[in-house]
Design a protein around this ligand. Structure first.
Ligand code: IVH
Length: 693
């Protein structure tokens, strides 16, 4: 059982924060970069909240790489990178009436308003798509970008141009003298309608291509195409709902801005509504919960936004999301079905993962056939057995889960599930790790399942991204004995003739495409992707990036890993722990791997790692202390502003303090600052500093 946050020791909290940082990074990246979520939204939110709760209790343990500081995923290689005019942030989530009330109360407190004060909100459907930014200069669309990591996105200008709903030029709506922005960065969501999604999947199926799991993934896969002509073939739609930087015009409220967007030619969701209080917000939520299934596009909740722009400005941001908005998410959808069989799959690292095959059932519009069972403990804890009647849950677009078993329907001869004590694929003995309750096959690369899964991972989207080499192809090539390791892929072309002669349909064109995709990799890959592709145990995308950042080049990494002090060198990297270091060193020590790596890096040039420089402000990295009464800002707002400029805010003055910002009637802290010779700023000077950023 997981401990309550209140019961955690400092040590446990530190360890768990490090774990959560890693896990959430992995999940974020799967969601945003690979368009393939690993867990349900509900599970993700639970982790995120636990992280927040632990951070709130142990603020000094907050990790540098805390998920709270991050939005979205890694950038896919291949797209030009674009810096956003202002960051594209994410939204906090709430799930209950109480939390909505809390959200509104918190806003009032922050603004120093009484509880009975009224704040107007705009409630909007939360579109389940892919966010975009579209920049207009003097009314002309000049640049489109994805959210990327929040500060830097991918240049999708050409792709966005293919969406007919996006105005290429701002319209004047008959009023020639209407004020027009000289610069406008519009934010919104690109999505695929439910109907267009079904048509697309039908086409994918006919042309033997992989079907998309849901409209969101289809939209993401269609928009983020290096070849915009593919985007043009897909039917994408969009809604505009927010603003980045804007000059030349101004609005008092979000609502007015949305009306202007309509005039300029953007689709704005027709269901948006102004709400004067929590009751109105909640009844809108109820209404949309009812309507949801009949809408032509997927929504996953409601977004509430403070309507007044001046208040939004004062409220500012909390690390990754605005304080003036939140997303009220719909609960996960559930259904009852029969669990037919529990299968145990063997993954790339040898992990044995149980999967439930269930009687196909419609869960909120999606036919579900399989559910994840996580590990042996989960099956035991929930006492899940073959033949059981189970409640299955699907949230968002991820692998469904089994919530509970209906014991009253269990047959008398039902037997508990016995987790295999040998690898179901190769028969080798298995080992169970203490820390994560996962059972591993011990055969390593002599287990065919591990080889095949490793190959699938090697070519997967976030790794080497060899398009056209699907899971089924890999299995087939392995079975034919053509590909036994990643190097073999690069000699696969020798099988061109035999490939065409195979029964199950490779034509010249598909074979050419495949070899072109493989050969494309010979032009080079980024260091972090390459490290990730190797499939080293415990090394997800984030760790791969940490290693790439630390060593910079492949040669430097190899040299370090062959050095005697390899483990220490790894442990110096923030975010790399002893277990991970051990797996990495083991991997690079293994003689077979050394040979393979040498061959691979002769075939593929590895690009050195490139870093993106963050924005600097006069307060970046500085420690500031506030004292006295501020007249133009509440203390919370002032702190918020300082933090958003990269400062650390401390409660007391010490030699480590860089600035003391003194309001009226400042007392002992001001004295101490003067005594220590620390620079003191007036409230006005603080404002000037803010303006500089
Ligand atoms: S406003 C700074 N409004 O939800 C606030 N977001 O989980 C920016 N989304 O990244 C977001 N519908 O991709 C906003 N009506 C809506 C939305 C919406 C969908 C997405 C958006 C955002 C994500 C946050």
């Amino acid at each position: 059982m997981q401990k309550e946050v209140g019961a955690l020791t400092r040590e446990e909290a530190g360890a768990e924060l490090a774990f959560l940082a890693r896990r959430l990074q992995e999940l974020d990246e799967a969601y945003h970069t690979a368009d393939a979520p690993l867990v349900s939204d509900a599970e993700y939110d639970t982790l995120r909240r636990r992280n927040e709760a632990i951070e709130a209790r142990f603020p000094d343990l907050i990790q540098k790489n805390s998920p709270s500081f991050r939005v979205g995923g890694k950038l896919a290689a291949g797209f030009k990178k674009v810096k956003h005019s202002i960051p594209m942030l994410s939204l906090s989530n709430v799930f209950s009436k109480e939390e909505v009330i809390d959200f509104v109360d918190r806003i009032k407190r922050f603004l120093g308003l009484p509880a009975e004060a009224q704040i107007e909100f705009v409630a909007e459907p939360k579109i389940d798509g892919l966010s975009f930014s579209a920049v207009y200069k003097n009314g002309v669309f000049v640049q489109g970008a994805t959210r990327g990591d929040g500060s830097v996105g991918e240049d999708i200008t050409e792709n966005l141009k293919t969406i007919s709903q996006l105005p290429k030029r701002l319209q004047k709506d008959g009023d020639l003298f209407a004020p027009m922005p000289s610069f406008l960065d519009v934010r919104g969501e690109v999505y695929m309608s439910k109907a267009d999604f079904l048509v697309l999947n039908e086409q994918q199926k006919e042309s033997h291509k992989k079907e998309f799991a849901n409209p969101r993934n289809a939209a993401a896969g269609s928009l983020r195409q290096l070849d915009a002509s593919i985007t043009a073939e897909r039917r994408l739609s969009l809604f505009a709902y927010a603003v980045g930087r804007m000059s030349g015009v101004s609005f008092q409220t979000h609502w007015e801005f949305l009306q202007a967007l309509k005039k300029w030619g953007f689709p704005v969701n027709p269901l948006i509504r102004k709400c004067q209080n929590v009751d109105e917000m909640l009844s809108f939520f109820e209404e949309l919960t009812e309507k949801r299934a009949s809408l032509p596009y997927d929504i996953d909740g409601i977004v509430y936004k403070v309507n007044d722009f001046a208040l939004q400005e004062r409220l500012g941001f909390i690390t990754r999301s605005p304080r003036w908005a939140t997303a009220h998410k719909f609960p996960a959808e559930k259904a009852i079905t029969r669990l037919n069989k529990i299968r145990v799959q063997v993954g790339r690292t040898g992990a044995l993962t149980p999967v439930a095959d269930v009687e196909p059932v419609n869960v909120g519009g999606v036919i579900v056939r399989h559910a994840t069972l996580h590990n042996a403990d989960e099956i035991e804890r929930k006492d899940i057995r073959e033949g059981d009647t189970v409640v299955i849950q699907r949230a968002g677009d991820v692998i469904p889960q089994i919530v509970s078993v209906d014991l009253s329907k269990r047959s008398l001869d039902s037997q508990p599930f016995i987790f295999p004590s040998r690898c179901p694929v190769c028969g080798a003995h298995v080992e169970r790790t203490e820390e994560d309750a996962i059972t591993y096959c011990t055969a390593g690369l002599s287990c065919p399942a591990q080889v095949v899964e490793g190959l699938k991972h090697f070519v997967s989207k976030n790794a080497l991204d060899i398009d056209g080499l699907g899971d089924k192809n890999i299995e087939q090539f392995f079975e034919w004995g053509w590909v036994k390791n990643p190097v073999d892929l690069f000699y696969l072309e020798e099988k061109y003739g035999p490939l065409l002669r195979q029964e199950n349909g490779w034509g010249n064109k598909s074979a050419d495409n495949l070899f072109e995709a493989i050969n494309h990799v010979r032009q080079g890959v980024d260091l972090d992707r390459f490290i990730f592709a190797l499939g080293i145990r415990e090394v997800g995308e984030m760790t791969a990036r940490l290693l790439a950042r630390q060593f910079g080049s492949w040669d430097a990494l190899m040299k370090a890993m062959q050095a005697e002090e390899a483990t220490e060198l790894l442990m110096h990297i923030e975010g790399v722990g002893p277990v991970m270091a051990m797996h990495i060193v083991d991997f690079f020590k293994e003689p077979d791997n050394v040979v393979l790596l040498h061959q691979l890096t002769t075939l593929i040039p590895i690009h050195p790692y490139q870093t993106i420089v963050q924005n600097q402000t006069p307060l970046t990295g500085k420690t500031v202390v506030f004292t006295g009464t501020l007249t133009t800002l509440t203390r919370a707002e002032a702190k918020q502003k300082a933090i958003s400029m990269g400062a650390k805010v401390a409660g007391s003055v010490s030699t480590k303090t860089d600035y003391v910002i003194a309001g009226e009637e400042a007392g002992s802290k001001l004295k101490k600052a003067t005594a220590l010779g620390i620079q003191v700023l007036s409230e006005e000077e603080f404002h000037q500093m803010l303006d500089l950023s």
